[in-house]
Every structure is written in structure tokens, then in C-alpha cells.
Design a protein around this ligand. Structure first.
Ligand code: SAH
Length: 348
């Protein structure tokens, strides 16, 4: 179960419909109560059992003896000039994770964390510097979204699992969270508006292709040759580019969905036209889109952002070879919005 017990009470927050049904049955109530509870927990963001007014009082009382609603709280919010909001959220056990809200027109995209820290060790990433503490529960993943919606009073329209952690290394909890985000009685966000971003865990990608919930798959590629990718994204030594791209091709075949490739541009490291040419060659024929991300500086890593001219050359080189690419505009640069930066400061 994706819940943490406190004083032998169970935490309702993060339970899916099957878990709620089991609890409801144990308390001798009809099964449909589980769906009602879901609507309160995720749809209305209720943090108090007494707000669940369509549940009988006697049931609420029994429930209160057995269970509580434990959600993460906001420890800090930073607001960027461009409207990006970066949250530091406190877990029930006193640790901290980050989440970001990126408003853009009528889209409000939440960037959520899947783990406390990360064990993948990408060379340019702030989260990598802290190592992995633990997986987040489904309730802690959904709780980030709930906290953002409560703070802004507005619904989030899109979710990207691009905060701290590697989502496919916490597969079960991340999938449970995504189902709660997608469920009409949960947060009600369409699957096409949910994105999982991975450093390239091939078995996880294959597993994801088999799910009935088809979310958008984003791959953090960042290099066109194994020689470079081994250095930047060390998991490449286990799952080299050819294997990774095979898994992506299978994913596209199976789901008929376009894959996104993320490519962080690092000055003088992977931003040359040769890199673009090799990349275009490897992606040819794959239904995909490339997101070019100018490096968001993390001083400890020793990397530097690319020149604007290099970014444009890279994009044109891809476009000229038939690979669609867009440059992701940096957001929240004045508030340490690169993943991991805020928690690192807070825990120092
Ligand atoms: N572990 C997952 C998801 C979290 S990172 C993954 O690797 O995809 C989300 C994205 O942000 C990844 O593409 C990651 O490589 C990128 N990223 C990390 N640090 C960055 C930085 N300092 N500047 C720009 N992008 C960064």
C-alpha cells in the first residue's frame, strides 16, 4: 500500500479506489463509499473527514479512529518574475521535495518529484548531487499537486514528472499517482496531459508501453553517442543508446504515440553541429519531437549554458534533416528553478 501509518492509523491520502474499497468493506460500509471518498480526497482536496458531508456521521466517526488524511505542507514558495512558482514541500517525516508550477497562457503545468533525491547521477543535475534518500509514495506525489492547487486556487492542467528523482525507478508508486491524477473521480487530468520523463530505464519503458494508461513518454537523451552519454547520463552504460531507441520504437509502435526527446545543451560538450547531425541520423524514422533545453546553471557541476547562436544552429541542423525540434524557453531562472536547487539550499 502506498501509505505511511502513523500511530497505527492509516493515511488515506494516496490510496486508490481498490485500497479505499478494502477499508470501506472492513468498516462494513457499501462499496460506493470508496468513490465518494476519492472525490473528496482528490477532487475537492478535503483534508478533514468532517468535510465529507455525504458520508454518514457514524461512518466518519469509525473512519476517524482508523484513518487520517496526511498531506505534504508548503514550507516555502518562490515566485519568479515570469510567474513560475517553485515550491518546497515538507513530507510528514520531515524531509523536503520540490515542485514547480509553470503558467503559460491557459495552461498550468506542474512539474512534480517522484523521489527524494535521485540515484541516477547525471553529471549536470543538481538533484544528482544529493544522492537518493527514498521513493515518494503515491500520496506524496499527488500531494504536491494538491498543495499547488490549494495555494493558487486554480486547477493544474498538465503534469510532467520532471522534478526530483527518476520516475521509472519508482514505478509502482508513480503509476498509482498517475492513475489518481487521471481518474475522473480523482484529479481528472487527461492522460495526454500527463508526461513521464526518464533518464532511460529500458525495462520501465517496455512496462509502460503495456499499461492501459497511455501517458506521454519523454526521454532524457542529452547526447548522440554512447561515448558522450556514458559521461552525462551514467545509466547509459547499462542501457546504451541503440537499446534505448529500440525500446522507444517499440513504444511508438505499440501506443501510436509520439515520443519526446529532451536534450540539455551544454556549452562545448554536446552543442556542436556534429552532435546535431549524428542525433538526426539516429532519430530518423522515429515518430518523435526534440526538446532542446539550454542548461540551467548548477555551478557545482562545472558545465556552462550554450551560446544563443549555438542553440539556433543546433535546432536548424535538426530541422534541415527532418527532425522537429523546439527550444524550451528557460523559466524561473531567477528562482533556482533547475530541479534540486531549492532543496539543496534548504537542507544546508
Ligand atoms: N529523472 C528523470 C526526470 C527528472 S529530470 C529524467 O532524467 O528525465 C527532468 C529533466 O530535467 C531531464 O531531462 C533532466 O536531464 C533535465 N535537467 C536536469 N538538470 C538540468 C539543468 N541543470 N538544466 C537543464 N535541464 C536539466
Amino acid at each position: 500500500m502506498g501509505a505511511i501509518a502513523v500511530d497505527r492509523q492509516v493515511n488515506l491520502y494516496g490510496m486508490d479506489v481498490a485500497e479505499l474499497e478494502a477499508l470501506v468493506a472492513e468498516l462494513g460500509e457499501p462499496r460506493y463509499r470508496a468513490r465518494q471518498m476519492m472525490q473528496w480526497l482528490y477532487g475537492h482536496g478535503a483534508v478533514d473527514l468532517d468535510r465529507m458531508t455525504n458520508l454518514p456521521k457514524a461512518f466518519r466517526k469509525k473512519l476517524a479512529e482508523k484513518a487520517f488524511i496526511g498531506r505534504m505542507s508548503i514550507a516555502d514558495v518562490q515566485v519568479s518574475r515570469d510567474g513560475t512558482r517553485k515550491y518546497l514541500l515538507r513530507t510528514l517525516d520531515g524531509d523536503a521535495v520540490e515542485a514547480v508550477l509553470i503558467p503559460e497562457g491557459d495552461r498550468r503545468t506542474a512539474c512534480l518529484s517522484s523521489q527524494i533525491g535521485c540515484g541516477i547521477g547525471c553529471a549536470f543535475c543538481a538533484t544528482a548531487l544529493m544522492g537518493l534518500t527514498r521513493n515518494l509514495t503515491a500520496g506524496e506525489i499527488c500531494g504536491q499537486l494538491a498543495a499547488i492547487q490549494e495555494d493558487t486556487g486554480q486547477r493544474v492542467t498538465n503534469v510532467v514528472m520532471m522534478g526530483m528523482g527518476e520516475p521509472l525507478a519508482n514505478y509502482k508508486n508513480v503509476m498509482q499517482a498517475l492513475r489518481l491524477l487521471n481518474d475522473p473521480d480523482g484529479f481528472g487530468i487527461g492522460a495526454r496531459r500527463l508526461t513521464i520523463s526518464t533518464a532511460g530505464l529500458v525495462p520501465g519503458i517496455r512496462r509502460l508501453a503495456e499499461e492501459d494508461l497511455q501517458v506521454v513518454l519523454a526521454i532524457s537523451l542529452h547526447a548522440a553517442t554512447d561515448e558522450k552519454r556514458d559521461q552525462l547520463v551514467p545509466i547509459n552504460r547499462h542501457y546504451p543508446i541503440a537499446q534505448l531507441l529500440d525500446a522507444c520504437r517499440e513504444y511508438v509502435q505499440r501506443t501510436r504515440r509520439r515520443v519526446t526527446f529532451e536534450y540539455v545543451l551544454l556549452r562545448g560538450v554536446n552543442d556542436g553541429t556534429d552532435d546535431a547531425r549524428i542525433l538526426a541520423g539516429k532519430l530518423r524514422g522515429l515518430l518523435c519531437h526534440v526538446n532542446l533545453i539550454p542548461f540551467n546553471p548548477v555551478p557545482e557541476t562545472g558545465f556552462a549554458p550554450p551560446d544563443a547562436a549555438a542553440v539556433e544552429r543546433f535546432r536548424q541542423e535538426l530541422a534541415g534533416r527532418g527532425i522537429q525540434a523546439t527550444v524550451r524557453r528557460p523559466r524561473g531562472v531567477d528562482i533556482d528553478a533547475a530541479c534540486g536547487q531549492l532543496r539543496r539550499k534548504s537542507m544546508r
